[in-house]
Design a protein around this ligand. Sequence first.
Ligand code: BGC
Length: 775
Amino acid sequence: MKKFIGIALLSLSPLFMAQQIINQPVQTFQTAQYQSTKKAFIDNLIAQMTLQEKIGQLNLPTSGDFTTGQAQSSNIGKKIEQGLVGGLFNIKGADKIRAVQKVAVEKSRLKIPMIFGMDVIHGYETTFPIPLGLAATWDTDLVQQSAQIAAREAAADGINWTFSPMVDISREPRWGRVSEGSGEDPFLASEVAKAMVYGYQGKDLALKNTILACVKHFALYGAPEGGMDYNTVDMSHTRMFNEYFPPYKAAVDAGVGSVMASFNEVDGIPATGNKWLMDEVLRKKWGFDGFIVTDYTGINEMVEHGMGDLQQSSALALNAGIDMDMVGEGFLTTLEKSLKEGKVSEAQITQAARRILEAKYDLGLFQDPYRYGNAAEAKKEVFSQKNRDAARSIAAQSMVLLKNDNQVLPLKKQGTVAVIGPLVNNSVNMPGTWSVATKHGSAVTLVDGLKQVVGKDVKILTAKGSNVEDSEKLENIYAAHGKVVDRDNRGKEVLLKEAVEVASKADVIVLAIGESAEMSGESSSRAEITIPQTQVDLLEALKKTGKPIAMVLFTGRPLALSNVHETPDAILNAWFPGTEAGLAIADVLFGKVNPSGKLPMTFPRSLGQVPIYYNHKNTGRPLNPQKVEKCEYERFRANYMDECNTPLYPFGYGLSYTSFTYSEPRVSKERPKGNDKLQVSVDVSNTGSYDGAEVVQLYVRDLVGSNTRPVKELKGFEKVLLKKGETKTVTFTLTPEDLKFYDHKLNYEWEEGEFDIMVGTNSAEVKSKRIYWSK
Ligand code: BGC
């Protein structure tokens, strides 16, 4: 599905009126004159560089403010003076960064400025929902706005390079890093990837408020065996190209300036040393011309992978096409020796240095090394009310209403509300994982947000009700990176009793349960994906009060909710909403915002179903659809004896306070031919009693192919605002480009034949029209 190309003004919200939506790669704005001046400048610089200085450009230490791996760099200042550092990451603050840059441009021989990176993953100090939540908006303009604001804040504070977007497709909810990506679908994730790249990079990288993006983790990091972080990945090439590669490629097509290699192996060779991946696929096939950085100590880790010692691993990485070595100093300490021994060539080192210098040139650092980072500017921009307002509104758009029996939601602004749960008064958990720049403790808690939104109209009572987890040991593991959960050691029974007492004085219960922030994210794999039992017990105890329960779910991953979803009247999945968490949740609970988020990843009934994803293939023995519907077992068919085939909540699912109906889809031709454009239209009506937005989804199934094809694939989506009683026609355009796939010989083509064109409110509820598309 082709989306409108060009530059448009967002019309959705007055908040964003003045901001541009860019959807062209930076390079397309660069003139031939610019390119040739740049080349001449860099040629001249390289001619003056010693071998050591070239290798120095490839070295990326961390400042030590935040560390996530094994190695620690030391004596960074000295090395900067010697020209042995190309960039530094995770150092925060305009003045601090300026001081380091000063060393580089005043004390090093060639005065080459450094780049300053950071994990600006879902916002800077103003923190947006976790990326999985951002994807749940299905609104690429909003995603782009979030990246744009993040870039502005980071740049004002001295950062000019972010390690984002993370676009690893994953069907593995055990893997904690699903929180950092866009979920299971290549199409949705590709749209989000592009939006983020445009948001960070804008149309000119040299502007003071745009920063270099880095798509990661290339590649396949989201498919670790057993869902255990860093684990082995093994998959067929057709699956790679059709299902896992598209979002990386979309980021490359959007002009992303850098790529980060993943920790895992790809086809038996760690990505960091994988020449096929970096050179053949990324550079040659996709035409990527930026630089490639390893992940944290990625080269050193090849030693453990069994690829040889540090010298051998470093040579392997350079030969594979890696340009920059994050933290491990393998390049810095071994490349000279490898050059002498003929294991690498000077041309390769020069080429890598050139790519780093090109990025610095594009960022405008040779014109003004202090272009980024201005304490006065940062004071105005960072965590400004304007940015926080945007975060609040985007967070509200990310929430997914999973259930709403008896229209318990929206709540009325009257009476008494009991707000219960282990994190209802906890600020540090609200930004979620990978929020390194956030100002800890500045996020709005659920209780505070509710109080602000309801004012004096509603009496708010609160109780903790339970800890996140009964076991203190586990709870500490979950809070390992410093996001404390304020453990209450009075004992489970005391907490329960207090909560029941509070609840019995209220008209309605808002119960917030689920995960704490660091139960997802890096190194946060779980072998169970349920809500900890102590919180389920709390839900059960509150149920006995007979009061209506609106459950707010905090989570960084799809959870198996079979044991809880019957109990509350409503479930609102809030993910981790960011710094404005409490306000955004309150906006949705009290109906200021009608929820319109949709799941970017399937929620299973139980862990045994994993991997469960909507765009699966058929087996030769699929279960008959009626049996699937009724959850009936059939012997010698593809199903479980003890579990249904359907998920609890399918991909694309999400309710609204209003209701929508869909007409049958119409097509402009039933027998399109060749390069025809096929229009697919559907009338969507708001039949409920609130205005609301609906994400209309288009899926296609290729019925017969030279290779087996998925039962459906997302090919388009559009979020439409519908006033109550209103009907709008939504039209998608399909071309043969949308039908292409990689066959077993990796030819990318479409094949003539029958296709089911499906439109609906989620991946499981669609209306279908069959067409025949001939060559
Ligand atoms: C993560 C990356 C991150 C890097 C730098 C690594 O541990 O895998 O996603 O960008 O650290 O902080």
